[in-house]
Design a protein around this ligand. Sequence first.
Ligand SMILES: [Zn+2]
Ligand SMILES: [Zn+2]
Length: 339
Amino acid sequence: MKSLVVTGPGGLEWQDRPAPGLSAPGDALVRPIASSACDLDRRLVVSPAPFEPPFALGHEAVGEIVDLDGDDAPLHVGQRVVIPWHISCGTCENCRRALPGACASVPRLASYGTSAGGLWGGLFDDLVRVPWARYNLTPLPGSVDPFLAASAADNLTDAFQAVRPTLDARPGAEVLVVGGTASLGLLTVLSAVALGAGSVTYFDVDEGRRAKAAAAGATVVAAEAYPDRLDGTFDLVVDASAASAGFRCALLSTRPGGTCVIRSVYFGEPRLPYFSLYGTGITIVVGPPHAGPHVPDVLKLLDGGTLDPAPILAGPFGYDDAVGVLLDPPAGKPVFTRP
Ligand SMILES: [Zn+2]
Ligand SMILES: [Zn+2]
């Protein structure tokens, strides 16, 4: 089968690899039919650190079940499913606490598309093995376009779950999104608007993303660089900047008693402005997002049209074009589809 492999900094190529098989009870074999690039993928093809190459890229996809171990209702061959980014058992204590991204049955950060917790394949590949399929796979309603749902495997659900707990607890909360990554900040704006935020403010240094955020219903703040803090009374601030100055801005812009959700992936140890925060009593929530348990709720919003990521996406592209598109990505979030 063909596998899209990161070979080193700037190195991305299709390679022939042995196809996976059913190798444990509860396995499924799934063929990705719509795969999107996580914002992290843009960085991994340029500089895979801290993940040791080579590894197959891709951890956001909708696929079609090709084979299953046993009769694993409600799953069946031919069914379309969302494949979450994480590898998780569904029965360990962390999985039972809805933290499958911290599954205790596999190495830390075991996932598709990196080498952090072993090599599980990538979701641009022709075929992937999904362990504990019944726990991990969410059936895709026939009325939902795989093109729109691919990023429910990670970024879209990540954005949704960044805002939902606070908006459930405090309907009408004021939300600030500190942008900077290709899609995560904008998907967070869409989610906050869909879930009834009282106001959504979006900051970004990029004009194109600011325009998309405004179209999605956010009040936009523009500057050439991240300020120390933004004026406002933000109950919830989401850091989607992947920049240390954005991290600082997000933390310092959170109102006393508020919540700051860090959705950026920092490989190092960004400095926490601890004394400046002292006395605020804010809650800091760190990643990774635990996508799987929340995918059904995201699919419901997609199905009803309450959440429409189309303006944030680019494509559809063919999988054959993946190397060129991912090495020189468009402004939007690229999605690849197979007929
Ligand atoms: Zn990701
Ligand atoms: Zn587990």
